[in-house]
Design a protein around this ligand. Structure first.
Ligand SMILES: NC(=O)C1=CN([C@@H]2O[C@H](COP(=O)(O)OP(=O)(O)OC[C@H]3O[C@@H](n4cnc5c(N)ncnc54)[C@H](O)[C@@H]3O)[C@@H](O)[C@H]2O)C=CC1
Ligand SMILES: Cc1cc2nc3c(=O)[nH]c(=O)nc-3n(C[C@H](O)[C@H](O)[C@H](O)COP(=O)(O)O)c2cc1C
Length: 164
């Protein structure tokens, strides 16, 4: 058995459904945001999640310096916003496409997200091309009347909540 190629790894990873998130930051280095599916829970004590960020992304220096971010989990209907934050679009254009609020960190909180986590980055570990940002959660804002969105097989899929 040989080690899987990059393409084989990506083809395999395309089979793992994941929530889609817009990760935002604001602070001394300015405002930035990008789309991420590589987000997961680490521990609930202290409440911590992780975000994997490619060091080649244009937003990387901004997140590195600001050391705080907001994880905005996208809802059904946010597909085009997700694509906008998924690369190449100028930063100002990304942010004018939606409504934002502000929590304890001052990082943009997406109006209508399923949930938003205001965090400070407590630790960073570099693995290969990416930085793993460990994020301690300072504040949570939930939205109970939105449907969900999942990235699976290189496409968006809406998740309906019967209660909504
Ligand atoms: N973790 C990451 O950095 C991710 C990056 N992307 C970006 O979005 C583009 C489109 O993605 P897909 O349409 O899903 O097709 P794709 O074939 O490029 O990727 C399939 C899956 O492989 C994983 N993946 C892709 N690029 C990766 C990377 N550089 N490092 C670690 N895992 C990676 C992700 O789970 C992704 O959903 C990718 O080419 C990539 O630039 C997408 C998902 C995760
Ligand atoms: C559905 C989707 C999921 C993505 N997930 C990640 C991720 O988890 N980590 C990451 O570094 N980039 C991810 N990307 C790519 C970044 O969003 C993109 O590189 C970022 O917007 C920076 O692009 P820029 O360098 O053109 O500004 C994803 C893109 C899409 C469309």
């Amino acid at each position: 058995m040989s080690v899987p190629s990059q393409q084989q790894f990506r083809d395999a990873m395309a089979r793992l459904g994941a929530a889609v998130n817009i990760i935002t930051t604001d602070g001394p280095a300015g405002m930035a945001g990008f789309t991420a599916s590589a987000v997961c829970s680490v521990t609930d004590s202290p409440p911590t999640l992780l975000v994997c960020l490619n060091r080649a992304a244009s937003v990387w220096p901004v997140f590195s310096e600001n050391r705080q971010l907001c994880v905005n989990t996208l809802a059904a209907g946010h597909e085009s916003l997700s694509n906008l934050f998924g690369g190449k679009t100028p930063m100002a254009e990304r942010f004018t496409a939606a409504e934002w609020r502000y929590g304890v960190t001052g990082c943009p909180r997406l109006e209508g997200a399923v949930v938003s986590f205001d965090c400070r980055i407590s630790q960073t570990v570099s693995v290969g091309t990416h930085d793993i940002l460990f994020c301690e959660v300072m504040e949570i804002a939930r939205n109970d009347d939105t449907h969900g969105l999942v990235w699976f097989d290189r496409g968006y899929h809406q998740l309906m909540r019967p209660a909504c």
